[in-house]
Ligand binder design. Sequence first.
Ligand SMILES: Cc1cc2nc3c(=O)[nH]c(=O)nc-3n(C[C@H](O)[C@H](O)[C@H](O)COP(=O)(O)OP(=O)(O)OC[C@H]3O[C@@H](n4cnc5c(N)ncnc54)[C@H](O)[C@@H]3O)c2cc1C
Length: 398
Amino acid sequence: MSQTYNTPTDSLSIDVGDDYPDIRESVRRLCADFPGLYWRKLEEAQAYPTDFVKALTDAGYLGALIPEEYGGSGMPLRAAAVILEEIHASGCNAGACHAQMYTMGTVLRHGSDEQKQKYLPKIASGELRLQAFGVTEPTTGTDTTKLKTRALRDGDEYVINGQKVWTSRALHSDLMLLLARTTPLEDVKRKADGLSVFLIDIRNARGKGLDIRPLPAMINHNTTEVFFDNLRIPAESLIGDEGKGFKYILDGMNAERILVSAECIGDARWFTKTSVAYVSERRVFDRPIGQNQGVQFPIARAHAEVQAADLVLRRAAARFAAGLPCGDDANMGKLLASEASWHAAEACLQSHGGFGYAREYDVERKWRETRLFQIAPISTNLVLSYIAEHMLGIPRSF
Ligand SMILES: Cc1cc2nc3c(=O)[nH]c(=O)nc-3n(C[C@H](O)[C@H](O)[C@H](O)COP(=O)(O)OP(=O)(O)OC[C@H]3O[C@@H](n4cnc5c(N)ncnc54)[C@H](O)[C@@H]3O)c2cc1C
């Protein structure tokens, strides 16, 4: 039975997995063509899920957030979250393409009319892939404002030098959104000033100062290292005003956190469904293992955590859609959802005993995949410091 709570902006149905039923049903049907075997083979070959991404593109899901005037579906953030949740609840993984949904938000919100006309319709149709987002650097990590990649204006060009790490999907993207410093840190009043966002055409840049190298990782995430060596890009690659890039990407990061959290919720649903089926059937000591409360309780606890995380995320999405500040809910939702999915994963792996390690069950793959969310796109400690310092006003540590 579902209850309804009123928020300032929306009426929310409480049960996890029950809003936008038509979208959920059609995403589930699409995902049925991409079973565990598909993902296991891809991982063995460290390959990109081209067919899966094409199916999502053709169905219009990756253009869900692009307004209709630019050829997208103009859906609210919550609908996009539902798409990603269902993908993950079906045992699939949207990590290969989820950024195609939201990276364009920086262009949409801060780009010029010309940039929007030039790029958004082609991103909506899938003709152009904008799913690489270069922020993290090897030496500065989470301390983003200290990043060292520089973009220097030279006539009608910018010259870029530096290095990014963990730039996911860069080898499967036509465009990259890049955060680089345009004014040295020592010359700005606030450390967040002097950073700028650029939209780089990877196709023109590779081999001319842009080098992209695969970075093998614990999961098949198609992530890379990116090197800039005197890369020259047209000045019109700048998005918005020079020096205001940090603010622009923060807007996008809230959307990203809400969407990635929806993937956590989807993962958690997959783990819980898988756990319930297994512990109800697997018989040891002449009874289903699920009859033991030591087996039941971790599954039950994770289920409760998922319900709570889902509620906070729905509020975050509703606030985002209403143009209200949503950073508090996006961060808390991300914290709760990433931990809920991990607890559901742990309960699932543990209740499968040795079979949790057997590749054919997909439990170990999903377990590895969902662990990422406590580190990327933002690590748990950094969310906690946001809550402590920005929400609660405790003295800042950095
Ligand atoms: C598979 C994968 C894909 C990724 N994709 C992208 C991408 O597409 N684009 C991109 O830009 N980045 C990407 N990232 C990078 C990701 O966002 C970062 O790894 C993450 O934000 C953590 O930064 P870091 O690795 O530099 O860790 P560090 O900043 O070195 O931190 C290491 C640990 O120390 C903790 N820590 C650091 N400082 C403090 C502090 N002051 N207080 C308490 N704890 C602290 C952190 O919480 C973390 O647990 C990806 C990472 C992975 C693993």
